[in-house]
Write a protein that binds this ligand. Structure first.
Ligand code: PGA
Length: 251
């Protein structure tokens, strides 16, 4: 049985003080969550403060990216080890905004995956097709390429610490959520590739769905056999909606 994992991606929002306040509110609302994992991913400058606010809580903290290089002369970058030393446990890598806005290639994402694992971070590898790619029938080919490339060369120990997030680009921040069936089709394919790559470990890797997840659609998505939680953007910025998403199926 895979434990559901719900992560909030706060993107480039919230000054440090507001990030800490949101973390405290989420902590109060969520209380204990014995049967699922939860994380929030603030901007780099808030990671330490948010981690301090969530100390001794069941909520982990992650970064939204990390450098593809080790510490050194890379002005403006944040290495995986520096992120880890700021108390981050997770890191989102290959998010579509980084792939499509910042121009990250599969090779860059793969390099970051390696650095994250070397530093002891648990990566959340994002994959997903654009609307154009879906319309032209290339969804599975694109997702398979991003997945295989992103995981290339990782050991089965690394894979065991990895989460995959399927985030169709057309559903991110648009209010247009994939139907549970549309998402499950891709999740099932991802599950097959993960088993192909990792053997039995592939059965245990969690695959989150992301893209306009809200309290009223998370239940239907999470009921699908290969959907193991959610990566939440907009609805993660409010304590009430995020905690309602975290509590899916328990109300
Ligand atoms: P959204 O973002 O929930 O606002 O669609 C999801 C994400 O980008 O991870």
């Amino acid at each position: 049985m895979r434990r559901p994992f719900i992560a909030g991606n706060w993107k480039m929002n919230l000054a440090a003080r507001d990030a800490v306040r949101l973390a405290q509110e989420i902590r109060e609302r969520i209380g204990s969550v014995p049967d699922r994992d939860v994380a929030v991913c603030p901007t780099f400058v808030s990671v330490s403060a948010v981690a301090a606010a969530l100390e001794d809580s069941p909520i982990g903290v992650g970064g939204q990216d990390c450098s593809q290089w080790d510490d050194g002369a890379y002005t403006g970058d944040i290495s995986a080890s520096i992120l880890r030393s700021a108390s981050a446990k997770f890191v989102i890598l290959g998010h579509s905004e980084r792939r499509h806005v910042m121009g990250e290639t599969d090779e860059v994402v793969r390099a970051k995956m390696g650095k994250a694992r070397e530093a002891g971070l648990k990566p959340i590898l994002c994959v997903g097709e654009t609307l154009e790619e879906r319309k032209s029938g290339n969804t599975l080919a694109v997702v398979e390429r991003q997945l295989r490339k992103g995981l290339e060369g990782l050991t089965s120990e690394d894979l065991a610490e990895t989460t995959v997030a399927y985030e169709p680009v057309w559903a991110i921040g648009t209010g247009e959520v994939a139907t549970p069936e549309q998402a499950q089709e891709v999740h099932a394919a991802i599950r097959g590739w993960l088993k192909d790559l990792g053997g039995p470990v592939g059965e245990d890797i969690r695959i989150q769905y992301g893209g306009s997840v809200k309290p009223d659609n998370v239940g239907g998505l999470a009921a699908m056999p290969d959907i193991d939680g959610a990566l939440v953007g907009g609805a993660a910025l409010k304590a009430d909606s995020f905690s309602a998403i975290v509590g899916f199926g328990t109300a």
